[in-house]
Design a protein around this ligand. Structure first.
Ligand code: NAP
Length: 346
């Protein structure tokens, strides 16, 4: 089967996805009987390129990686806006990979609505629309017989949302604890190794671990968005931003980190969600700072890693750990979502 995709946003994740599509083209065809054709790519500054028979991705990537945008890709730039392409181009799945805005989820939410209203399925890695508008978008998808997938919004390619939704079906999830912000965890780990907070932040920034607006990581906003997404997926609860207790790592001193180590403990930024007495209610929804004893599974998560511990009625404790960010890791989340749409729908 052929699946035509339109990619909106071609930064880290878009390029990571494109690399995987090139590398795995043969595997996708032979093992999954799927021919993925990228019929359009849109960005803000480089503009848009389209080819109804599928863009030559290697050529597009070469042009982008050479710092030329789409200028050396061999394709003419389109004059249509992002919204016009989403509304008019012939594609099966919109891949929405623009930047996260946790205030209103725009413009991504509008792009997703436009595609779903056309009955096109959507995959996004953008936390804004999913944290803020998940219920509305899922209803829209259902109404128009489309699918909305967003595995990459929490822990990038490490499978947690699909795990909760599909593999843990039939279990009652009682509690979730997790480390879902790799940059905070990296900074804490480096402070345990002797760095001052400011130096660890500087190092994280140099390594590209911090968002452009570092407050999203250091003040816990990114973790709040992930709590909101997990609340929707695991507990069917819609939370507002101010319903999540928040404390980021900003302000923690090396002295506090050393004192904790002296007691065989570590500071971690931990998200926590706990089922309430009544259906649709939560007893706890937090993105905070916690002192964890060395025996806690999350105390073992070092560096930029992520981890999630899921407590259920039958399986007492399930732990998942793996990367929480990265261009190829998050690109893989998109590929995995695409394959599941193809198996479910195409
Ligand atoms: N990177 C990760 O490891 C990771 C992990 C999990 C989730 N995510 C999420 O995935 C999304 C993409 O991340 P990224 O790292 O790839 O971001 P990025 O490198 O900043 O790329 C964002 C892309 O979106 C484009 N864009 C922005 N507004 C647009 C618009 N209105 N129309 C068309 N294109 C637009 C940008 O174009 P210009 O460059 O021309 O502005 C750029 O190509 C974000 O929401 C991020 O939070 C990322």
């Amino acid at each position: 089967m052929t699946v035509k995709i339109l990619i909106v946003g071609f930064g880290n994740v878009g390029q990571g996805l494109a690399e995987l599509l090139v590398e795995k083209e043969r595997m996708l065809r032979e093992k999954y009987k799927t021919d993925v054709q990228v019929v359009g790519i849109v960005t803000r500054h480089w503009g848009a390129i389209v080819d109804e028979h599928g863009l030559a991705l290697s050529r597009v990537l070469a042009s982008v990686l050479a710092g030329k945008g789409f200028a050396h890709s061999g394709y003419d730039l389109q004059s249509q806006t992002t919204a016009e392409l989403i509304e008019n181009l012939d594609y099966d799945v919109l891949i929405e990979l623009t930047i996260t805005d946790l205030n209103n989820g725009e413009p991504a939410t509008q792009y997703i609505r436009l595609a779903l209203e056309r009955g096109r399925s959507v995959i996004t890695t953008n936390k804004g629309p999913i944290a803020l508008h998940l219920k509305e978008l899922e209803t829209l998808a259902k109404t128009h017989h489309a699918v909305l997938k967003y595995e990459g919004t929490v822990m990038s390619g490490t499978p947690v949302l699909n795990l909760i939704e599909h593999n843990l079906a039939g279990l009652e999830i009682r509690k979730i604890e997790g480390i879902v912000n790799g940059s905070s965890n990296y900074i804490l780990t480096r402070m345990e190794e002797g760095l001052e907070y400011d130096d660890a932040v500087k190092e994280a920034r140099e390594l590209g671990y911090l968002e452009a607006d570092a407050s999203a990581d250091l003040d816990g906003w990114d973790a709040v968005a992930k709590v909101m997404i997990l609340a929707g997926v695991a507990f069917g609860v819609t939370l507002k931003v101010d319903e999540v207790q928040r404390r980021g790592i900003a302000g923690l001193t090396r002295r506090e980190v050393e004192d904790a180590l002296g007691q065989n403990k570590v500071w971690r930024q931990v998200v926590e969600l706990e089922r309430g007495e009544q259906e649709g209610c939560l007893r706890a929804a937090k993105a905070g700072l916690r002192l964890l004893g060395n025996g806690h599974p999350l105390a073992q998560i070092k560096g930029a890693g992520n981890g999630l511990v899921i407590y259920t009625d039958v399986m007492p404790l399930i732990t998942v750990s793996g990367p929480g960010a990265g261009r190829r890791e998050t690109g893989y989340a998109v590929l995995n979502d695409l394959l599941s749409i193809c198996t479910e729908q195409c």
